[in-house]
Design a protein around this ligand. Structure first.
Ligand SMILES: NC(=O)c1ccc[n+]([C@@H]2O[C@H](COP(=O)([O-])OP(=O)(O)OC[C@H]3O[C@@H](n4cnc5c(N)ncnc54)[C@H](O)[C@@H]3O)[C@@H](O)[C@H]2O)c1
Length: 338
């Protein structure tokens, strides 16, 4: 993809992670110079784009961050480094505030000191909590029901005041559920808690049975409904978000606008893989809202974003193919279960 705007030097925090590695690919394809900082707490060195300069470091290491920003004349930051397991945030909120809020603030202040005026922030549907109105628009009241969502919201609020005080322009992208893979990069969290990769691990026989948390939600089959967006579509939105910063700061939902129940995802995965996927039901998890479906109307209208891969089957197919093709790399790097 050729770039519409000028070539930029972009620092991607969390660029060794699932979404960060695919966002880096999109930035490289758009002609930007990319630099990745990642402490590999949940990322993978082999997923860092080969054309990117990689710094294995923590975003809370301010001297290193300042050096990266200044030496490379960074013009924009895409901030994706974070902890993002809802259950962990409920049992250990300190780590979530330390990484997602304090870490984010240290990064923002380093940007201020180095004169970097643009940031794209990976936020989440978890900032909404459990709104009754579905699909969810950006204007809905923000009432997170878990500590993870609270930490993301706290950083969203800080962005507003850093813009006011220091002119740092931001695009906040509130992702719903990223899914699928590019040819080179896919979903491999440590530990994995996301539905599609877990379902596929059961299909491969690496996990004996899939645990479904709750079958008594007020949905058509009793399981939770989520909105899945292909990671490549999601990555493209970052390029549009960067270009839109010329017009000022804003916040957008990033989802497909369609919801699927957990059981629908499993049925689709059974068809794609042609494998049995045994399941057991257990109690609901703390902080899991019954339905989260985005209204993507704003990002479609204002940024001209449209998803290329909106059907669930193609997302699962790309994740399945990626897992089959990259099995050896994951195994060689000592990934558990591979
Ligand atoms: N995956 C989703 O569906 C989803 C949904 C909503 C929001 N998000 C957000 O998107 C971002 C990326 O998510 P992901 O699924 O790719 O997760 P991921 O765990 O694969 O990627 C996060 C990366 O950040 C790195 N990291 C974490 N803390 C760091 C620190 N202090 N310093 C340097 N690096 C650090 C990790 O090593 C990892 O490579 C996160 O901010 C997450 O909250 C993801």
């Amino acid at each position: 993809m050729a770039t519409k705007g000028k070539t930029m030097n972009i620092l991607i925090t969390g660029g060794a992670g699932y979404i960060g590695s695919v966002v880096t690919e999109e930035c490289v394809a758009a002609g930007h110079n990319t630099f990745v900082i990642d402490n590999l707490v949940s990322g993978h060195k082999w997923m860092v784009h080969p054309n990117s300069e990689f710094y294995e470091a923590d975003i809370r290491n301010t001297p290193v961050v300042n050096q990266i920003l200044q030496k490379n004349r960074i013009e924009a930051v895409i901030h994706m480094a974070a902890f993002s397991v809802v259950g962990d945030s409920m049992s250990g909120p300190y780590g979530y505030y330390d990484n997602n809020v304090s870490g984010g603030l240290l990064l923002l202040d380093a940007m201020r000191e180095s004169g970097v005026k643009k940031i794209i922030f990976s936020s989440t549907a978890a900032v909404y909590g459990e709104p009754e109105e579905q699909p969810i628009e950006e204007s809905v009241e923000l009432r997170p029901t878990n500590a993870y969502g609270e930490t993301k919201l706290a950083f969203e609020k800080a962005l507003k005041w850093f813009d006011y005080a220091h002119g740092i322009k931001y695009t906040i992208l509130r992702y719903f559920n990223a899914a699928g893979a590019s040819q080179r990069c896919g979903e491999l969290h440590k530990p994995e808690t996301h539905l599609i990769p877990l379902v596929l691990e059961v299909a491969r026989g690496r996990i004996p049975v899939l645990q479904i948390y709750g079958n008594d939600y007020p949905t058509k089959d009793g399981t939770c409904i989520r909105d899945y967006v292909h990671v490549r579509d999601l990555a493209r939105a970052h390029i549009l978000g960067l270009e839109s910063l010329e017009k000022g700061s804003d916040v957008y939902n990033l989802g497909s606008g369609r919801g699927f129940t957990v059981r629908e995802v499993i049925d689709a995965a059974r068809k794609v893989t042609d494998r049995l996927i045994p399941v057991i039901y257990s109690d609901r998890r703390d902080g899991d809202p019954p339905i989260l479906v985005a209204s993507p109307a704003k990002i479609i209208q204002k940024l001209g974003w449209t998803p290329d891969y909106s059907d669930l089957t193609s997302m699962i197919e790309s994740a399945w193919k990626w897992g089959n093709d990259h099995h050896h790399l994951a195994k060689a790097s000592g990934e558990p279960r591979w």
